[in-house]
Design a protein around this ligand. Sequence first.
Ligand code: CP
Length: 303
Amino acid sequence: MENKHLISITDYSKEEIFKILDLAAEFEINPNQNLLNNKVIATLFFEPSTRTRLSFESAISRLGGKYIGFTDSSSSSVSKGESLKDTIMTVANYSDMIVMRHPIEGSARWASEVSQVPIVNAGDGANQHPTQTLLDLYSIRKTQGTLENLNVYLVGDLKYGRTVHSLLQAMSIFNTTFNFISPEELKIPDEYKLFLNRKGLKYNEYRDFSEIVDDADIIYMTRIQRERFSDPMEYEKTKNSYVLKNEMLENTKPNMKVLHPLPRVNEIDTDVDENEKAYYFTQALNGVYTRQAIITYILGLKK
Ligand code: CP
């Protein structure tokens, strides 16, 4: 089989995105299917993770497969100076697919160039997080009934937030109106604004987060990414920029949903968790079905 990596969300056409979402819906109805018999999937996490790693491992287990890997590169021979290339070429000999998270932008693409088995990017620095995007799209379609013509607010760390970068690229094929709310220091990078300009898509930029979200279909909150700051003072300055509170949701559309890739620090009040507009924990659950879809699609086990 020709290797079918998933490095950037732009690797997938609209048809492929819909294929994954439809498969995920099948797995939601019937999550335990013995499709990965005799398959081994490696999960290499060079950066911390709760949801991405565990939902992949849950997905593999529910499909009857086995997983190997590490959750901390200091327990691997990387700590002895082994290169990413040598690590990937070795682990590819032990597995049928590699799911990798790495702090360096472009590392997943580099891994795909040397790997004999498919590489799935589970987040590369501030660049991309395509499997998160697919579960975000699944969550948006499920709650809104469509992906077309939605009004989406992206709030928080839009500079370093890889989930935002991937989601923006994916939603750009659905005539989305984007609203960016961030501190000046963490605004959406120009390359993404140019990307939207080239596609003729509308976007608005705001610094204030008080009463401007009432026309939202989706509010996508993000954490300020402390680990990406070179200057700790910059983090201190921006870390409490926006906190979503229940009263801010009072006049929002009845079907509006609050999403967050999680982990949350303090950008959503815990009171909001009980609000019917809060969807982030179900969103994380949707990660299992979506990752089952991604694995079986890439391995050619579901057409
Ligand atoms: N959304 C997400 O990537 O969460 P983790 O960092 O816990 O994997």
